[in-house]
Every structure is written in structure tokens, then in C-alpha cells.
Write a protein that binds this ligand. Sequence first.
Ligand code: DGL
Length: 279
Amino acid sequence: MNSGTPAAGHCPAPRSSADASIGVFDSGLGGLSVLRHARVALPAEDFLYVADSGFAPYGERSADWIRERSAVLGEFLLDQGAKALLIACNTATAAAARTLRERWPALPIVGMEPAVKPAAAATRSGTVGVLATTGTLSSSRFAALLDSFGRDIRVVTRPGSGLVEAVERGDFDSPATRAQVVSHIEPLIAEGADVIVLGCTHYPFLRPLIEQAAGPAIRVIDTGDAVARQLARSLGQAGLLRSGGKGDERFWTSAPVSQSAPALRRLWQPLARVDALPV
Ligand code: DGL
């Protein structure tokens, strides 16, 4: 992974026109699992998506680094004309959502957090497993989430080491990825979890393997759909919903385009426009 400290610079103003686009970013391709839902919920909107794959994974990086980098990506998206931001990354939300909201108080900013609340409502065994990055699991935001919704249940957590990298490589189904998924799911089941929360936006792309490893009695949940609906609500409240037409998507990656584009196009669509991220 790349090192070095990103430097946030100027502070562009958000667009306040419904015709402007929605900026989305993630440490890489994971946020496409959220964009899929957002595309369905908001068919008329244009989306600008940054895959920060050259700096992935975020999960082991410091919160300060993620805050700085998220500000740089936010600036880039606002420079491209964004009217709202979707932080399609649990780890970046935990580290940076507050800072971004302080920086752009008028901008609708929607983030992600592991679905502990719906999991608490769904569990019958009383034990919920949360698979997420180390950054998310060690954040004060996650601690607050457990405090609010995890009091009456047992929450077993596990960092999904290696899974973000597998998705970034476009390796969704190899024996090595399968074995890695099994090594994360089996301990959660052994602890008695009957609901598994996918607390990282990369993991829905491994959902078939995760469900296979967990078996039919275990419910697997993520927040992509709920977050897309939240984004629609928040644009509506701000008077920024686009009303007609068919929206499109544009993508940037901080990894070499030749390296990132094949997996991105496989997950999105074969002709997706992918450019090099200049920041
Ligand atoms: N998709 C990011 C998330 O939701 C992955 C973080 C990482 O790059 O480690 O947490």
C-alpha cells in the first residue's frame, strides 16, 4: 500500500442545484456495493465515484490519516461539482464523517455503520457476529453503536483480514478466498452467532461465499439498501433531488487504471468510464 500523508488543501463550496451530481468514495471497490443500491433508489441522479484503491486498505491506517485523505477526496468530488457526499466506507465514516460535516455544514453527507441495530432485532440466539475492519471495530463510533443497540445482546467481532484485498484483486471465488472467508465465519458461528453483520462495504461482494460458509440457518445483513434510502431522504430534505431523466456514473481510481478498471468494470458494467484520480 502507498504511504505518506495526504494533505487537504482548499475548501470548495458544494453545489446547491438538484442537477449537480452525488460524490461517492471508498478505499476502493467496496463502495460499489452501496452504489448498486443508490443507483436503484435514485435512478435520475449522476454519481461520481472515487475508488481510492491505490491507498487501500484503510482498515489498518490511523484515524488521522483517514481523516486527511477523506478531506482530499471530498475536495476532489466537490471540485467535480458534487451536491452531496456518500461515504461508502464504514472505516472512513468512523474516522472522518464528523470532520467532513464540520468542514461542509451545508452539504448533505451520508455515511455507513455496521447494522448492529437490525441485527439485535433479528437475533434469536442473542449473539450477533460483526465482521468489519480493525479501524471500524476499534473506533469510538462503533463503541457508541454497541452502547446504543448492543446492550441486550452479545456481540462477537472479527476483523476480516485479507477480504478487502481479495475484492480489490477481483478474486471473488478462488480456493484461497474461500478458505479465508471460512476462517472468519467459523469462529463467529462457534461463538453462537445466528446473525452476521457485514460491516465493510467490500464484503457484500463475497456474500455468496459468506452465506455458504455460514449455512442456511444464519442471517447475513448489510446496510447498503438502508443507506441508499437514507441518501434519497437526505437529498429530498435538502431540496436537491433530481426529478427526471436517467443518471449515469463516472469513476476515478488512485491505483493504476489498468490494474483497477477490470475488477471495477466486472462489478459495475463493462463500459464504465474509469480515469486516473489526480489527487
Ligand atoms: N470498504 C471499506 C469499509 O467499508 C473497507 C476499508 C478498508 O479499506 O480496509 O470499511
